[in-house]
Design a binder for this molecule. Structure first.
Ligand code: PLP
Length: 553
């Protein structure tokens, strides 16, 4: 039997004092690391640190042995026939960039690259760049993966698809690739397996792909290391796109020759400590009772869906976007009425970690008319109690923040008509509220004073450095008494609107000299923001201040 509590005991992060109430449900972004992986990374620096492939001394030899040992282990783990079919990269993103760059010389004008709308930006943007350079065309699988066979044409050169959506968790049936692959021998089949490795059994020997990429940090390994599997004959057709030391056979002043794959793709010093961690991570995964672990994860994701189904029936403004069937461990909700960013902030205040946003899959969200999705992603160290905590925090949010519904929809596109929007705010009111919880609610209600202004939603108005989206426009009034500034804002988060309103009620309709004389540090500490607000929300406020000071300079 798989024992989640025993499994969790491998992960020291959960047992640190500051994390004891943490409910970590952002596993599709990255998983926590078991002690054995942390030890392997540390041990490398303590006992083995040297550069590999420079075998003139003992430590260098042992670093080289480590590198090649983990390469073999990775090959066995993925089912590769030869260890030289494994390239160490920085992650799935770098692997996919290598593939797009490395296959570009195989493409001519009018050739087709077949992708799906489910792709992470990492498996879309590199192909867009290559398509523009070569005149190749991006074509998207319409419908499910079952139909992939009908969509390959004589022009298809590359098929590159995710094995599971990082937004909706839906697993693509790669067997369809296997059937089609034999019929199209000239086509390169690439699988982005970032969300499935370490969860469901994948064996490249089953011949469903020519290349496969993944990021070990998503299955308990360290960051900074990625795996690119390429079948031997395919890897040798991949052009090298990163150059430098370590991948060289001979260099003259005007030309160079390179060693064979995989080493030709590993320019520069390899991330050896991360590779040591990867070795320990593969051992760790292999030691687990995988069938039981998978069954447990299925039960967990079923339970998440059960709870979320209750939530959406109680709060019909919320939509459940996923189903537990054929799901890698992800549930997602959205709403037209509530700000997903606010729900994420609310959960964060209670130490429940989920991810909110576009999940690096903007085209997918746009195809569904969504701008943000709240994603819950489980791992086998999560418990049913974790899901209960999530559910209860979500219910609290919807019960106590129904005022978060966006009230006004501005139709007037003239920014100057919103000049007085915040003039009624008196920040002293906030100081009379004793408890931080009530102050937080008051901040949310201040957000309500800020009208929705869709016409501001463009890149020029966007303030960078904020967690949620914050758009700003400046009105400069010049008179014989001098120049005064008024800032008009909008955000996809009610909390951010409220916090921004607290800054703007101090600076609006003031001159540069007056604004510069305000002691914002004292102001923030008087409001208790620095003490109580989470770091990222606070740095969002600093980003707004920076923007204001740059504008009035
Ligand atoms: N592909 C998918 C499906 C992903 O989920 C991710 C990360 O979330 C990536 C690619 C990129 O992985 P990395 O950021 O580790 O390079």
């Amino acid at each position: 039997m798989f024992d989640p509590i025993q499994f969790k005991s491998n992960f020291p992060l959960f047992f640190q004092k500051e994390n004891q109430s943490l409910v970590y449900l952002d596993n599709a972004a990255t998983t926590q690391k078991p002690q054995c992986v942390i030890d392997a990374v540390t041990d490398f620096y303590i006992t083995k640190n040297a550069n590999a492939n420079r075998a003139s001394h003992r430590l260098a030899r042992s670093a080289t042995n480590l590198l090649e040992g983990v390469r073999q282990k990775s090959a066995d783990f993925l089912g590769a026939r030869y260890k030289d079919e494994i390239v160490f990269t920085a992650g799935a993103t770098e692997s996919l960039n290598f593939l797009a760059q490395g296959l570009s010389h195989q493409l001519n004008k009018g050739d087709e690259i077949l992708l799906s709308v489910y792709e992470h930006h990492a498996n879309l943007v590199p192909w867009q760049v290559i398509a523009k350079e070569t005149g190749a065309k991006l074509v998207f699988i319409s419908g499910d993966f079952e139909s992939v066979g009908n969509q390959l044409t004589s022009k298809t050169r590359i098929v590159s698809c995710t094995a599971a959506s990082n937004v909706f968790g839906k697993i693509s049936d790669v067997d369809f690739f296997k059937n089609v692959k034999d019929k199209f021998p000239g086509v390169f089949f690439i699988i982005d397996a970032s969300q499935v490795i370490g969860k469901i059994p994948v064996n490249v020997k089953d011949n469903f792909c020519d290349f496969l990429v993944c990021s070990p940090h998503k299955f308990y390994g360290p960051t900074g290391i990625g795996l690119l599997y390429g079948r031997k004959d395919c890897l040798s057709r991949l052009r090298v796109s990163k150059f430098g030391g370590e991948m060289i056979k001979n260099v003259d002043l005007l030309d160079s020759s390179y060693v064979e794959p995989p080493y030709s793709f590993e320019a520069g010093t390899s991330p050896l400590a991360s590779i040591a961690g990867l070795g320990a991570c593969i051992d760790f995964v292999e030691r687990q009772y995988k069938k039981g672990m998978l069954e447990y994860e299925k039960k967990l994701i079923n339970y998440v869906h059960e709870k979320l189904s209750v939530l959406v029936s109680d709060f019909p403004e919320v939509n459940l976007l996923t189903s537990p069937r054929n799901n890698i461990g992800i549930a997602a909700i959205s709403s037209d009425k509530y700000s997903m960013a606010d729900i994420g902030f609310w959960l964060d205040e209670q130490d429940v970690a989920v991810r909110v946003g576009d999940h690096c899959a903007q085209p997918l969200l746009k195809s569904l008319n969504l701008t943000a999705v709240l994603r819950v992603s489980v791992a086998p160290y999560n418990t049913f109690e974790d899901i209960d905590v999530l559910f209860s925090c979500l219910c609290d949010f919807f019960n106590s923040n129904s005022e978060c519904l966006d009230v006004a929809l501005a139709t007037d596109k003239k920014v100057s008509n919103y000049k007085d929007e915040l003039s009624a705010i008196n920040y002293h009111d906030l100081l009379t509220i004793r408890s931080w919880g009530n102050r937080y609610k008051k901040i949310l209600s201040l957000g309500k004073l800020v009208n929705k202004k869709p016409f501001l939603h463009n890149n020029e108005s966007l303030v960078s450095g904020c967690e949620a989206k914050l758009w700003i426009n400046t009105i400069v009034d010049k008179s014989q008494n001098g120049t005064v500034f008024t800032f008009v804002i909008d955000s996809d988060s009610m909390v951010v609107k409220g916090l921004a309103a607290l800054i703007l009620c101090r600076v609006n309709a003031k001159s540069a000299t007056q604004i510069k004389s305000i002691d914002f540090d004292a102001y923030f500490s008087e409001l208790g923001l620095e003490k109580y607000l989470s770091e990222s929300r606070f740095s969002g406020m600093q980003a707004l201040l920076k923007h204001i000071f740059l504008t009035i300079k």
